[in-house]
Design a protein around this ligand. Structure first.
Ligand code: PBG
Length: 326
């Protein structure tokens, strides 16, 4: 006697059926485009290890952001490359530093049509390439660095950032920045915290993009997380929330889908994930050789990050997706 067999395949029969039952849908509003702006250049400079991404001039940055807005993109995050670097990364808080002038340009061009975010760190601006002030013992001095981050937050807020995004993994950075912003009347400037940021080998192309070499063949294992650990991510996330983070981020994305999923279940704020430079470049390199289908893999990866629980995805694929999906 035949019995009714469960047949999940019934719901996979046609494209229309698959669209109807899809659990996850990627939308251009989910994405944030990371953009680089470099001081003192007259034409955009390609970044060899990040095909399709450039170091912008002030003018080409504005043009790119306007184009992204017209494609329906809601947010960008800015990184700066200064002409000169120094021990304390003063370009990060100079009112005339490259990101600050670029923020003013962008607010003048697109106003509140988009969410303009600024990465808040000093590694692009320090001569030694660390994300903070290096103390006499050669280690990054956490609390001395917080003072610099507060100055950078104020400079970015004054220049018009809607969101500041501290990425340096110093303890207490979110609380210090929140207090500084509130103290200066910037209660409405939001903080997107790079909360669970791992000491990943996937940031290589980004460091080419921002001309950062960590002094002495150094590394960031003293402040970024060990990728063998998940529990400590929860500690980082909860500490950032207690200190006033509005959005928490996990970075990188694909090797940390378990972390994204844990965080999504545990918090009620928006969760962001950063599909980082190395993740992007691997797709580009393999696709260039004809080994994988660029569009199919890009879509699968970004959708997987959303499926794991990310509400917001920072990705160098933003423009591609906006064009692909329109
Ligand atoms: C630090 C920062 C890094 C990235 C974003 N912010 C680099 C690092 O921690 O060394 C990496 C982003 C990417 O790889 O795409 N300011």
């Amino acid at each position: 006697m035949a019995f009714p067999v469960s047949r999940p395949r019934r719901l996979r029969t046609t494209h229309a059926m698959r669209e109807l039952v899809a659990e996850t849908r990627l939308h251009v509003s989910d994405l944030v485009a990371p953009l680089f702006v470099r001081e003192g250049i007259t034409s955009p400079q390609p970044i060899v290890s990040l095909p399709g991404v450039v170091q912008h001039t002030r003018e080409s940055l504005v043009a790119e952001v306007v184009a992204l807005r017209d494609l329906g993109v809601r947010a960008v995050i800015l990184f700066g490359i200064p002409l000169a670097k120094d021990e304390v990364g003063s370009g990060a808080y100079d009112p005339n530093g490259i990101v600050q002038v670029a923020l003013r340009d962008l607010r003048a061009a697109v106003g509140d049509d988009m969410v303009i975010m600024a990465d808040l760190c000093v590694d692009e601006y320090t001569s030694h390439g660390h994300c903070g002030i290096v103390g006499a013992d050669g280690d990054v001095d956490n609390d001395a660095t917080l003072a610099i981050y507060c100055k950078a937050a104020l400079a970015q807020a004054e220049a018009g950032a809607h969101v500041v995004a501290p990425s340096g993994m110093m303890d207490g950075q979110v609380g210090a920045i929140r207090a500084a912003l509130d103290g200066a009347g910037f209660q409405n400037v939001a903080i997107m915290a790079y909360s669970a940021k791992y000491a990943s080998a996937l940031y290589g192309p980004f460091r080419d993009a921002v001309d950062v070499q960590i002094a002495g063949g150094g590394h960031r294992k003293g402040y970024q997380q060990d990728w063998r650990n998940t529990r400590e991510s929860m500690r980082e996330v909860f500490e950032d929330l207690e200190q006033g983070a509005d959005i928490v981020m996990i970075k990188p994305a694909l090797s940390y889908l378990d972390v994204i999923s844990h965080v999504r279940e545990a918090v009620d704020v928006p969760v962001a994930a950063y599909h980082v430079s190395g993740e992007y470049s691997m797709i580009k390199a393999a696709a260039e050789r004809g080994w994988i289908d660029h569009d199919a893999v890009a879509l699968e990866q970004l959708t997987a990050i959303k499926r794991a629980g990310a509400d917001i995805i920072l990705t160098y694929l933003t423009r591609w997706f906006a064009e692909y999906s329109s």
